[in-house]
Structures are given as structure tokens and as C-alpha cells.
Write a protein that binds this ligand. Structure first.
Ligand code: NAD
Length: 266
């Protein structure tokens, strides 16, 4: 798990914690001493990650949460404060690509998923989970963090929130919204000691990217676009979350941490 004391006495909510980047973030936070409330719509996987953390000596519970459901956010935050006495960290990781697994990857001009072909329903679905879910979580974390004397909110955007590509305009729009929303929230709540930052992963090996990365031709295109020549791991991103969650980043807010193997440096 990677033990340490960088988050001792901290209470953290991690959404999208059942899989990929969220699961690893929950593991890393618990390994550094945080009490973790791991949330997801996937209860089976979520409970299994919590079981793994508990078996390793970490402190975590699972709660079912659909990030688009405001009533569930209200209940989750109230229960977190009741159980653990406070909330210090919120990591909004839950997200969907909305991509048809048959589509090619964004870095090719023939990627498909042109915006003329993207339906309003698909747009709304992607925006609702990625952008509205982040808004709701952030909104509901403010009051308890103020009561705790401050806090850290980490919103997972993407390189797609910084640059465009040949496909999935709705995903780009949702991640761009997360990026600039985080800066607005950072300015509004700096006086309360609440820091808000975004993280922008490049191509990371997770269940979300499996359809593309398990196709050798598509994987090659993505690897060639990545100067460091390998895909990111969930741990690469989780360690960025750890820095922003810990007091080591106490003077960092409204920033965007790009973790992409150099892709957007080009
Ligand atoms: N994998 C990448 O290359 C990559 C790159 C950039 C950004 N991201 C972002 O990182 C985040 C994590 O992605 P991942 O790659 O680990 O994917 P993943 O599919 O492994 O994990 C996403 C998790 O979010 C959960 N989720 C989906 N909708 C939800 C909802 N409405 N409420 C609660 N939970 C919900 C899923 O059940 C799943 O457990 C996402 O926001 C994604 O957009 C991923």
C-alpha cells in the first residue's frame, strides 16, 4: 500500500473509488493515515477495494453514491461528519468518457465521435457526471470544510480539459468545465482556507482506457503521442492527489497539475 504519515488525522471522501484512479487514490490516502469514505455507483467493486484497504490495516468505509444525485451528497457529507467528526479532503474522481468502445482514439483524425454525431442525450450524460457531479461534491464539501478550519478539494479533469482532439467534444467540454470551475471555487473559498485544484491526467491504464489500450494499433498511437513513452499508472495520478491533499501543498490553490508523460508539453 505504501505506508506513511502524510495524511494522519485527515478525513477524505474519494468518489469513483471502486476502480482505476479513484481506487488507487483511496489506497494511497489510507496508506498515509487518512480515514477514507470511498464512494461509487459500483458497490461490488467499491466494497472489495475497501476490504483490501482494511485488510492492509487502513481505515476506509464504502458508501454508494451517484455523484449526480444531490440528496445522496447531502446524506453522505452529513454521515461523514457524524462518523469521523469532520471532512478535510474531497477528491472528485468519478467520471465517464461516454465513448463508444468501437471508436478510435482521439489522437487520430479518423477517430470518429465527431460532434455532429454526438447526441444531446450523450452530451447531457457526460456533462452531468463529470461537470455537475464535481460541482455538487464541491458545493456540499464547503460547509463541513469551513467547520474543520479549511480543506483540500481535488478535481480530476484531464488533458482533454486543456487541449482539443479529433473526438468526443462533450468529454473535452466537461473536463474544461472542471478545470475552470476549480479555479473559480479556489478564489471564492481561499478566505476559508479551502484549497481547490485540478489534476490533468494523460493516457492512464485503467478500465476506462482498456478498450483503446488493449488494441495494439491504438495503444501505439497513444504511446507515440506521449514523450515519456509509457502509459500512466493510477498510482502516478494518486501521488499527485496525495500532494494536493496533504499540508505540503498548503500554498497551492487554483492550480492545474498536469500528469501526462509530457503529452501536452508538445
Ligand atoms: N484513464 C485515463 O486515461 C484518464 C485520463 C484523464 C482523466 N481521467 C479521469 O479520471 C477519472 C477516473 O477515471 P478512470 O480512468 O480511473 O476510470 P474508471 O472507469 O476505472 O473509474 C471511474 C469510476 O467512476 C465511477 N462512476 C461513474 N459514474 C459515476 C457516478 N455517476 N457516480 C459515482 N461514481 C461513478 C465508475 O463506477 C468507476 O468506478 C475520470 O474522471 C476520468 O475522466 C482518466
Amino acid at each position: 500500500m505504501g505506508e506513511g504519515k502524510r495524511l494522519v488525522d485527515k478525513v477524505a471522501i474519494v468518489t469513483g473509488g471502486a476502480s482505476g484512479i479513484g481506487a488507487e487514490t483511496a489506497r494511497v490516502f489510507a496508506g498515509q493515515g487518512a480515514s477514507v469514505v470511498l464512494c461509487d455507483v459500483n458497490s461490488v467493486l467499491g466494497r472489495s477495494v475497501v476490504g483490501e484497504i482494511s485488510d492492509g490495516g487502513g481505515n476506509a468505509i464504502f458508501r454508494a453514491l451517484d455523484v449526480t444525485n444531490e440528496q445522496q451528497w447531502t446524506a453522505l457529507v452529513a454521515e461523514t461528519e457524524e462518523m469521523f467528526g469532520k471532512l478535510n479532503i474531497l477528491t472528485n474522481v468519478a467520471g465517464i468518457s461516454g465513448r463508444d468502445p468501437k471508436e478510435l482514439t482521439q489522437v487520430t483524425p479518423t477517430a470518429g465521435g465527431m460532434l455532429e454525431d454526438q447526441s444531446l442525450d450523450k452530451w447531457n450524460q457526460i456533462m452531468e457526471v463529470n461537470a455537475t457531479g464535481t460541482f455538487l461534491g464541491t458545493r456540499h464539501a464547503i460547509a463541513p470544510m469551513r467547520r474543520a478550519g479549511g480543506g483540500s478539494i481535488i478535481n480530476i479533469s484531464s488533458i482533454c480539459g486543456i487541449i482539443g482532439s479529433f473526438a468526443n467534444a462533450a468529454y473535452h467540454a466537461s473536463k474544461g468545465a472542471v478545470r475552470i470551475f476549480s479555479k473559480a471555487a479556489a478564489i471564492q473559498y481561499a478566505p476559508d482556507g479551502i484549497r481547490v485544484n485540478s489534476i490533468h491526467p494523460g493516457f492512464v491504464d485503467t478500465p476506462m482506457t482498456k478498450p483503446a489500450h488493449s488494441n495494439p494499433e491504438l495503444a501505439q498511437i497513444r504511446l507515440e503521442a506521449t514523450p515519456l513513452g509509457r502509459f500512466g499508472t493510477p498510482r502516478d495520478i494518486a501521488l499527485g492527489c496525495l500532494y494536493l491533499a496533504s499540508d505540503e501543498s498548503s500554498w497551492v490553490t487554483g492550480s492545474e497539475l498536469v500528469i501526462d508523460g509530457g503529452l501536452t508539453a508538445k
